[in-house]
Design a protein around this ligand. Structure first.
Ligand SMILES: Cc1cc2nc3c(=O)[nH]c(=O)nc-3n(C[C@H](O)[C@H](O)[C@H](O)COP(=O)(O)OP(=O)(O)OC[C@H]3O[C@@H](n4cnc5c(N)ncnc54)[C@H](O)[C@@H]3O)c2cc1C
Ligand code: SF4
Length: 454
């Protein structure tokens, strides 16, 4: 197998990738200039491309006219996580990718994410309360997890007059939005501040509570009027090959979390790191490794470049940072010496017929094993199924293909009193999807509680 030669690191002197790394929010002046370029399209394609359906043209028009409260309210009514989404949404694939200005020669598309972040930052930094809650209904809803899906659901439940109670096993809110987003996109402070602002509107939170372990489901059913599951997916999935427990082998989410929390300094011996996977998490981990000064980072992927699941613009940025790749390469064993990883034994792959997802299936080439040297191995091949996070989940809640099955319109599960949304139902998407699904479920819970059925 072949790894393309390493380009020089963009910034080899950088000691670590701890925040704050994301660019600061725009000034009012910069936002006004950008908002003035918008064509305020009718039935705007950018809004149609947003999974949360944010009314982009209208909130940008509000910025243009100085109505910042109205701009923030417009975003928040569709996406409670609007401020962090302004930093982390893959806008090139969503709203910005559809901006009509981008199709006109010599024009740049509108920087929708940055304008959205500006509007929400303006409101949050003033601790504004943008909505009046409906009169109290007396209904309490348990939300399992305090990640984006539950936060968005809780925000809408408060607006509708209900009392959400978030039960979170970690000690802070935000889920993966706080722990796993690559440091070059966002630090950990912003999602924490956003979550605390949202919770401050009237939700209750209990941290350090693992539902299914510390609190049984029967107790939730007894004490609450409805239950929302927003647990995301489980920890990093393992390769399942010999010697994976060797020192220097870790998952991408674990690595990113440790870097972001300041709990990780690149060992000097990490001269060459192998990152296994071809999705966005693999690309984020590889680029972050370059940013903390790793001289050589090689993506090890079993398909070819065209079949990568990661976004092309993210992969291009990683390549520009110096990440290289060994395509059509599948690890079959971790190589270790005295308990420490020293590389991977891999088998060469070729591409066969299309699989269920439409991508070409990787097929091993017989007798093609070879060794790929590396001082550490980062595994980014997905996350464990959500049921691993929920011991004792009632059996009549349907799970299929590693996802909790819900109605896409309402988020209701196979039981009328249980709702779900976010990664645990969509199999792992973006923060904006989790926020949209949380909001949708809140409205369906309201409908259920008002006795109108589902
Ligand atoms: C490496 C990586 C990079 C990413 N980068 C981006 C990006 O750049 N842009 C983007 O938009 N999205 C990105 N995402 C995806 C995004 O982070 C998720 O889609 C989003 O966080 C999902 O929200 P959620 O609320 O469904 O789940 P999560 O964020 O996973 O939150 C679930 C919460 O539930 C808690 N929990 C779990 N089990 C229990 C239990 N039994 N009891 C109590 N609490 C429990 C967890 O502690 C967690 O806080 C990335 C994901 C990964 C893994
Ligand atoms: S939420 Fe994300 S996708 Fe939607 S308009 Fe805002 S930045 Fe674009």
């Amino acid at each position: 197998m072949h790894a393309r030669s390493a380009a020089p690191s963009r910034d080899p002197g950088l000691p670590d990738a701890r925040g704050p790394r994301a660019e600061p929010p725009w000034s009012a002046h910069a936002a006004l200039i950008e908002a003035s370029r918008c064509l305020y399209c009718f039935n705007a394609p950018c809004s149609r491309a947003c999974p949360a359906g944010v009314d982009v043209a209208e909130f940008i028009r509000s910025i243009r006219t100085g109505a910042l409260r109205s701009a923030a309210r417009l975003v928040l009514s569709a996406n409670a996580l609007g401020e962090t989404c302004g930093c982390v949404c893959p806008t090139e694939m969503l709203c910005v990718g559809e901006c009509v200005l981008g199709a006109i020669d010599g024009q740049q598309p509108i920087a929708i994410g940055r304008l959205q972040r500006f509007a929400l930052h303006w409101a949050r930094s003033r601790r504004l309360r943008l909505f009046e809650a409906a009169p109290p209904s007396g209904k309490q809803i348990a939300l399992i997890g305090a990640g984006p899906a539950s936060l968005a659901c809780a925000h809408e439940l408060v607006r509708l007059g209900h009392q959400p109670v978030l039960l979170e096993c970690a000690e802070s809110p935000g889920g993966l939005n706080r722990t796993a987003i690559a440091p070059h996109k966002m630090d950990t402070d912003l999602p924490l501040a956003e979550a605390e602002w949202l919770v401050g509107f009237g939700a209750q939170v209990r941290y350090g509570v693992r539902v299914g372990v510390d609190v049984p489901f029967a107790e939730l059913e007894r004490d609450y009027d409805a239950i929302f599951i927003g647990v995301g997916l489980g920890p990093d999935r393992k390769l399942g090959v010999p010697r994976e427990e060797a020192e220097g082998v870790m998952g991408a989410i674990e690595l990113l979390h440790r870097i972001k929390s300041g709990d990780f300094v690149r060992p000097p011996a990490w001269e060459r790191v192998l990152v296994v996977g071809g999705g966005n998490s693999a690309i984020d981990a590889a680029r972050t490794l370059k940013e903390i000064g790793t001289p050589e980072v090689i993506l090890v992927y079993r398909r070819n470049e065209e079949q990568m699941k990661g976004y092309p613009h993210e992969w291009l940025a990683a390549k520009m940072a110096g990440v290289t790749a060994s395509f059509l390469t599948q690890p079959v064993e971790v190589l270790a010496k005295e308990g420490r990883a020293r590389g991977l034994r891999c088998i060469r792959m070729t591409l066969g017929d299309a699989d269920e997802s439409g991508r070409l299936r990787p097929v091993p080439v017989p007798e093609s094993e070879s060794e790929l040297a590396g001082d550490a191995v980062v595994v980014a091949i997905g996350q464990a199924d959500p049921q691993e996070l929920l011991p004792g989940l009632p059996e009549d809640i349907r799970i299929a293909g590693g996802r909790i099955v819900v109605s896409p319109e309402t988020g209701v599960t196979s039981r009328p009193d249980y709702f779900a949304g976010g990664d645990c139902t969509n199999g792992g998407a973006e923060v904006v999807n989790a926020a949209a699904e949380g909001l949708r479920a809140a409205r369906a819970i309201d409908h259920y509680l008002s006795g109108k059925g589902n």
